[in-house]
Ligand binder design. Structure first.
Ligand code: MAN
Length: 351
């Protein structure tokens, strides 16, 4: 594998993260956005939590109650033998034809000086507060905008569907919500850095739910909020590691050879791998090369076993001054790990 795992992985587990309230338990800390800021690495963690499950015969699920103003955290509970309940997928339940998630995620900041040991903030940075966020905020990607600001594209989930929303921040303390930028169903969205120099560009993954492959699209915007010129960029490759579905991961990195985009791919056995693509510098709608083999596959026990096993999934990587790249990734929808490599080695592995 081109990426080498840190020997003391995982770097964060649910036990390292206090819940947002006393009657809740954290069941996952994963799929974090990452950015190097001065001499620190900042992670924006996806923290999944739920009410403490105190009765083995019942399931309690969290969600934002948007019937009150301001919205507040509420919950639904059902008996597990209720014939109207389908709880066969650990990630979600279906009750009387309506889908819910079994946990609600928020975004939490963690900081590190060495890139391996992180201090997690005691309280959420971005917590569900809008109707389109009623089931949670997930999988944030952080892009430096080149003016001291950072864009955070995140997945917002509600009974309206799965959308991509945008927030901006200067300090990872205060955040400004800019609203939904890609309507349902859309996730795995990431912005290219420095829009002043490169234009506003995004990779994202619409999903019609009906006819058509789940592939990566490319779009442009005049301001980061209004998006258009949508076009398919990268498709599925039957028989390979990215045969079933793909999605953009870390923000594309500008290299002399082109934009290096690390993305995830799902194979025929439902395993989530990481690989990379090289996009033309002048015209990023041209894909120049892709990973013939994954640069990281779920083989370590903390990747194969967990809440949802056989998953390595990245939302962020940190470019180091010495040409290394630290790729932060969620393992089995439960914990965070880091693997590193040299950008030139990743580029060389592409075909
Ligand atoms: C999938 C998984 C979950 C996520 C939902 C909604 O089921 O990626 O982790 O919560 O989609 O985005």
């Amino acid at each position: 594998m081109v990426l080498k795992r840190y020997a003391d992985n995982p770097i964060l587990t649910p036990a390292d993260v206090p819940p947002s309230r006393d009657d809740y338990e954290v069941i996952g800390v994963f799929n974090a956005g990452a950015v190097r800021l001065g001499d620190e690495i900042i992670l924006l963690l996806r923290v999944a939590e739920r009410p403490v499950q105190d009765d083995p015969a019942r399931i309690r699920i969290p969600l934002l109650d948007t019937t009150v103003d301001p919205p507040k955290v509420g919950e639904l509970a059902w008996s597990l033998d209720d014939p109207d309940l389908d709880a066969s997928d650990p990630r979600g339940v279906r009750y009387k034809g309506r889908d819910y998630l079994t946990s609600m995620s928020h975004l939490r900041v963690a900081r590190s000086r060495d890139g391996y040991h992180f201090t997690v903030d005691p309280a959420p940075a971005l917590f569900p507060s809008k109707p389109y966020e009623a089931y949670g905020l997930e999988d944030p990607r952080i892009t430096p905008l080149g003016n001291g600001e950072f864009a955070v594209t995140y997945v917002a989930v509600s009974n309206w569907g799965v959308v991509t929303a945008l927030a901006t921040t200067r300090d990872f303390v205060g955040f400004e919500r800019k609203g939904v930028i890609f309507h349902p169903e859309n996730k795995n969205s990431v912005l290219f850095p420095n829009p002043k120099e490169n234009g506003w560009m995004a990779l994202h993954r619409p999903d019609s739910g009906g006819l058509g492959d789940k592939l990566v699209w490319f779009s442009r915007s005049p301001d980061g909020v209004h998006w258009g010129k949508h076009q398919p960029l990268m498709g599925l490759r039957p028989g390979m590691w990215d045969s079933v579905r793909i999605g953009a991961g870390a923000p594309p990195i500008k290299t002399e050879q082109g934009w290096l985009a690390i993305y995830h791919g799902v194979d025929d056995d439902h395993a989530y791998h990481l690989g990379a693509a090289l996009l033309d510098l002048e015209d990023p709608t041209k894909v120049l090369a892709r990973s013939p083999e994954p640069i990281l596959s779920p083989t370590a026990p903390y990747e194969t076993d967990g809440f949802f096993g056989n998953v390595v999934f990245t939302c962020g990587a940190a470019e180091m001054p010495d040409g290394r790249i630290m790729v932060y990734y969620g393992c089995a929808d439960e914990r965070m790990a880091v693997a590193e490599g040299r950008i030139e080695d990743i580029l060389e592995s592409l075909e």
